[in-house]
Design a protein around this ligand. Structure first.
Ligand code: FES
Length: 201
């Protein structure tokens, strides 16, 4: 039988120590690679279908609220804005090649003013969560590569690498509540590679 020498013991201890350090650092690495820690609530809690987003009394001009929703196979993050100033919604059927300029569309939300809008917070570049909001400029910035979306104009891309606008979410007033009920334009969402690859549609 092979004898365990003092030198071998030291070697095993060193290997175990390195292994322990590597395993310990995995969650830290994942934290920076995956957008999941940015989620406003734990994933997996949202069933597919329409969902209440807010009470009307809780939204006021200038407010920005995040929520989770699921219109298909996975839970996503959405943003709800009550904007100030001129607002245009996303143009439906605008599946043109680049999809960057999607503004100028009509408000198809039910029972809500033009200024209340909602978009999916899944960046069309690589799928991070754009959530840095500048209310003065009405610009939403993705922290991963600085992609910028103009929320007052159909979430059109104004700079950075995103290939297309983040898609609009259709809202409905139900009593004194705001509900997210569906994609405004499912056909547009189907053209977005990140959304297809993540199983959002
Ligand atoms: S993932 Fe949003 S800009 Fe790259």
């Amino acid at each position: 039988m092979k004898k365990t020498t003092r030198r071998n013991l030291v070697k095993y201890a060193a290997v175990c120590g390195i292994g322990f350090t590597v395993l310990n650092s995995v969650p830290v690495v994942l934290r920076y690679v995956s957008p999941s820690p940015d989620w406003p609530m734990p994933k997996g809690q949202v069933k597919p279908g329409p969902i209440k987003v807010a009470d009307l009394k809780d939204v006021s001009p200038g407010s920005f609220t995040m929520f989770n929703f699921n219109f298909g196979k996975i839970t996503l993050v959405g943003g709800l804005w009550y904007l100030e100033g001129k607002v245009t919604h996303q143009r439906k059927g605008a599946t043109q090649a680049d999809g960057k300029d999607m503004g100028g569309g009509a408000n198809e939300n039910i029972g809500l003013p033009d200024e209340i809008v909602s978009y999916c917070l899944l960046c069309t570049h690589l799928g991070c969560i754009p959530k840095n909001w500048d209310p003065e400029q009405s610009i939403l910035t993705c922290p991963c590569h600085n992609g910028m979306y103009d929320i007052s104009n159909g979430a059109s891309v104004i700079s950075g690498p995103p290939p297309a606008a983040i898609p609009e979410i259709k809202l409905e007033k139900r009593g004194e509540e705001i509900w997210a009920v569906d994609w405004k334009d499912l056909n547009y969402v189907k053209t977005l590679d990140v959304y297809k690859n993540k199983g959002a549609v």
